[in-house]
Design a protein around this ligand. Structure first.
Ligand SMILES: [Zn+2]
Length: 120
C-alpha cells in the first residue's frame, strides 16, 4: 500500500526529530497533502495507526490538511485554484494552465510534542 510507505517515512522523520527530546511523546502530527499527491486520507489514517504502534508516536493524532491544486494562469496573471483533477483549465478564463504552484505537497507541517517532566 502506497500510504503505508508514506506514513512509515513520516514516522521515521518524526522519530529523528524526537531524538532531541528524550522521553517526549508526540500528541499530534500535522500533514500538508496536495490533491495531486494521490493519497487517500482514510488510508493515511488507517496506516498511521499501524505504523505508529510501539513508537513514540503511538496514540497521537494525525491531522491531514488537503491542499487544492493551484496553477498560475498567464492570461489572468494570477494563481487560480483548480477544483477538479480532470482538466487543468483556468476557472476564470477557461484557458489550459500547466504552471503548477501547489498540489504535489506531502510534508509535515508541524509536530506537537508532550514534554515529559523530568523526575529524578
Ligand atoms: Zn485565466
Amino acid at each position: 500500500m502506497h500510504e503505508l510507505s508514506i506514513v512509515s517515512s513520516i514516522v521515521d522523520s518524526v522519530t529523528e526529530t524526537l531524538a532531541a527530546y528524550p522521553g517526549a511523546k508526540v500528541k499530534e502530527v500535522r500533514l500538508r497533502v496536495g490533491s495531486l499527491a494521490a493519497v487517500i486520507e482514510d488510508s493515511l489514517q488507517f496506516c498511521y495507526g499501524i505504523a505508529t504502534e510501539g513508537t513514540p508516536l503511538e496514540g497521537s493524532t494525525l491531522v491531514v490538511k488537503m491542499l487544492l491544486v493551484v496553477m498560475h494562469c498567464d492570461l489572468c496573471g494570477q494563481d487560480v485554484e483548480i477544483e477538479g483533477l480532470q482538466s487543468f483549465r483556468c476557472p476564470r478564463c477557461g484557458e489550459p494552465v500547466s504552471d503548477l504552484r501547489q498540489g504535489r505537497e506531502l510534508e509535515i507541517e508541524s509536530i506537537e510534542i508532550d514534554e515529559v517532566e523530568e523526575t529524578v
